[in-house]
Design a protein. Structure first.
Length: 94
């Protein structure tokens, strides 16, 4: 095995992990947005964001999850109301 092969293996593995996180992230966000999610999904989403932040190789990757974490921290009650099936107070107001 050559040194270049090791780089390819590491890149491929990192890509698969990143894609796995990305699809989990999208699944959670879609469930929350369409009302099919659960309150526990908010905690799972924050946990996933923290994993992404800690495992990212660069500052951009580390900061990419900040808006999601900030929204959940600032508007958690609204997220919970939405997940409980209550009408979204901001729906249709753009």
């Amino acid at each position: 095995m050559h040194a270049n092969d090791l780089g390819t293996v590491a890149t491929t593995l990192a890509g698969k992990i990143t894609l796995g996180f990305f699809f989990s992230f999208l699944r959670l966000l879609d469930g929350i947005a369409d009302g099919s999610g659960k309150e526990a999904d908010l905690n799972e989403l924050v946990d996933l964001c923290n994993i992404i932040r800690q495992s990212a190789f660069c500052g951009l990757g580390q900061a990419a999850v900040n808006p999601v974490i900030s929204c959940i921290q600032s508007f958690r009650r609204e997220f919970e109301e939405h997940l409980a099936g209550q009408e979204c107070p901001h729906q249709g107001k753009h």
